[in-house]
Ligand binder design. Structure first.
Ligand code: ADP
Ligand code: MG
Length: 558
């Protein structure tokens, strides 16, 4: 037997978990059950895809048992199990260290339940246990190991006996304290209701021995207690249920359980399609971007099942990059279990599903924009940039899918407006969609180039993000109205050029040519303009690349 210290980072996280003041301690059970279910998924998949392995469906289950005398709660599974190394690596260190910093940053914000929503998995069990023993035997191995830990100071590990592969997690509950009742986790009704609440959809049976009172045989009114095994969960995954049976909370619960995000989802979509390819899906549109969303580390994808069997945790082929924020699961009977990653890319069925999902997501977002604008604004605040990149990427091939989803700040409203909003209120005489690019709304508002256009009662879109103008250049026009920068030289507003300015140009010819000479490196010409109201002078540009775009382009690494 050898003893090991936890790594420093693990220690810190453990302390946060164990001493956290917000306390939905209940969720420890959900975490352990979901680990058990994941472990069974893995062995189940192997058994299904390897002809050399014979198995029975009945071999895969989870049991919960309470030992009141010793104050122990035991969760067992017949999953893939862990080798000695895996015990040390998987539950001895934190796998996703990036999430630690994130948790600390966000911890305790408005009583935000980080653990409940983001999850620390296995460690949650230390909220209720003073000591945890894990006995595990990896599938296909002979040896079993016992891992024991009291929490922060480390763990010990030694070989032991275990007949069947799988994992037993034994929690020695903390002593009851004033406000904390840990004994409740030994009670049948508490365990039953926690399973119902958090783990009902787990696809393997969660069994527990329950006591039932029944009439004694051969008597009229004598009763006796019998112990019988019951399955606590309904085992129907949420996507196989009927929409009408489900509440918004059920979907939220599923979102948390699956660790799709730390926020509440803005919208869920429950899809059940039959046709060339049949599939079911539950998708979510999150409210907030994950901390790594705009980095290379972020991995898009949906969980992919074939007839209820998990075949891939993040199937990227199901989502276009511009919808990479969507989370969820897809289950289809028409996919082969043995499908490999390489084959997936060419799978016709999968392509049909992906195309179908894409249009459904777009429809959902449009609906959100039309009918729940405030929610759409929240969404757009998090993911608008991704949509704009989408317009710009792949030479604009997705612009038709995305243009209706775009929004920009505008001179008319103190909030974001869609292109449709803009065009719908264009005065008859206005032929183009005007925009101005700058660092911020307040800066743009001070731009002299905007004066004449605003004066004419025309609305101006304000581009404050680098990507905005690039995306718009890709669109070129919206509903046949071309986009026009207020900083372009040829604004073509009919009263811009008239006698007066021609005369002014003549009158000040020498001034203009002096200015031109002085600034010869920086400008091409000096002209009189009626475009200005409050400001004496402004810069305009000729050609396609605006001053703002030039700034972005010149700041890009070559
Ligand atoms: P997560 O489930 O998010 O990976 P956890 O802290 O819950 O994080 O678990 C860490 C890892 O420990 C799991 O990824 C898995 O490899 C392993 N593990 C935990 N519980 C079990 C179990 N019952 N059977 C097999 N492996 C397990
Ligand atoms: Mg887990």
């Amino acid at each position: 037997m050898h003893k090991k210290e936890f790594q420093a980072e693990t220690k810190r996280l453990l302390e946060i978990v164990i001493n956290s003041i917000y306390t939905n301690k209940d969720i420890f059970l959900r975490e352990l059950i979901s680990n058990a279910s994941d472990a069974i998924d893995k062995v189940y998949y192997r058994a299904l895809t390897d002809d050399a392995i014979t198995f029975n469906q009945e071999d895969f289950y989870i049991t919960i048992s309470a030992d009141k005398e010793n104050r122990q709660l035991i969760i067992k599974d017949t999953g893939i199990g862990m080798t000695q190394e895996e015990l040390e690596n998987n539950i001895g260190v934190i796998a996703k260290s990036g999430s630690l910093a994130f948790k600390q940053e966000n911890e305790l914000k408005d009583g935000y339940d980080i653990i409940g929503q983001f999850g620390v998995g296995f460690y949650a069990a230390f909220m209720v246990a003073e000591e945890i023993t894990v006995i595990s035997k990896a599938f296909g191995n002979e040896e079993a190991y016992r891992w024991v830990s009291k929490g922060t100071d480390g763990y010990s590990i030694e070989p032991c006996e275990k007949e069947h592969y799988g994992t037993d997690v034994i929690l020695s509950l903390k002593p009851n304290a004033d406000e904390e009742d840990y004994d409740q986790y030994l009670e049948e009704h508490t365990l039953r209701s926690l399973v119902k609440k958090y783990s009902d959809f787990i696809r393997y049976p969660i069994k527990m021995n329950v006591t039932r009172s029944q009439k004694k045989e051969g008597t009229e009114d004598e009763f006796e207690d019998v112990i019988e095994e019951q399955i606590l969960n309904s085992m129907v995954p949420i996507w196989k249920k009927n929409k009408n049976e489900l509440t918004p909370e059920d979907y939220e619960q599923f979102y948390f359980e699956k660790r799709f995000g730390f926020d509440k989802p803005l919208r869920h979509m429950h899809i059940n399609t039959e046709g060339t390819v049949s599939y079911r899906a539950v998708l979510f549109i999150p409210e907030k971007a994950p901390f790594d969303f705009y980095t290379r580390e972020y991995e898009k994808g949906l969980e992919l099942y074939s007839s209820g069997v998990l075949i891939m945790e993040k199937c990227a082929e199901l989502l276009p990059d511009y919808f990479s924020f969507v989370k969820g699961v897809v289950d289809s009977e028409d996919l082969s279990l043995n499908i490999s990653r390489e084959m997936l890319q060419h799978d016709r069925q999968l392509k049909v599903i992906a195309k179908n999902l894409k249009s459904k997501i777009k429809k959902e977002l449009l609906d959100l924009m039309e009918n729940a604008r405030e929610d759409y604004e929240k969404f757009y605040d998090s993911f608008g940039r991704q949509l704009k990149y989408g317009v710009y990427s792949d030479f604009g091939t997705h612009k038709d899918d995305l243009q209706d989803l775009l929004m920009f700040h505008s001179s008319k409203e103190g909030k974001l407006v869609s292109l449709k909003d803009y065009v719908s209120r264009m005065p008859e005489a206005q032929k183009e969609i005007y925009y101005a690019a700058g660092d911020s709304v307040s800066r743009i508002e001070k731009m002299p180039q905007t004066e004449l256009i605003k004066d004419k009662g025309y609305e101006i879109l304000y581009f404050t993000e680098d990507v905005d103008e690039f995306a718009i250049k890709m669109l070129n026009e919206y509903q046949e109205k071309p986009f026009k920068s207020v900083a372009s030289g040829d604004l073509d507003l009919d009263d811009e050029k008239d006698k007066e300015s021609e005369e002014a140009e003549k009158e000040h010819e020498s001034l203009f040519s002096n200015m031109k000479e002085l600034l010869s490196d920086q400008i091409k010409s000096v002209k009189a303009s009626k475009r200005l109201k409050q400001h004496p002078v402004c810069l305009v540009n000729e050609g396609d690349i605006s001053i703002e775009m030039e700034k972005v382009l010149s700041s890009m690494p070559n």
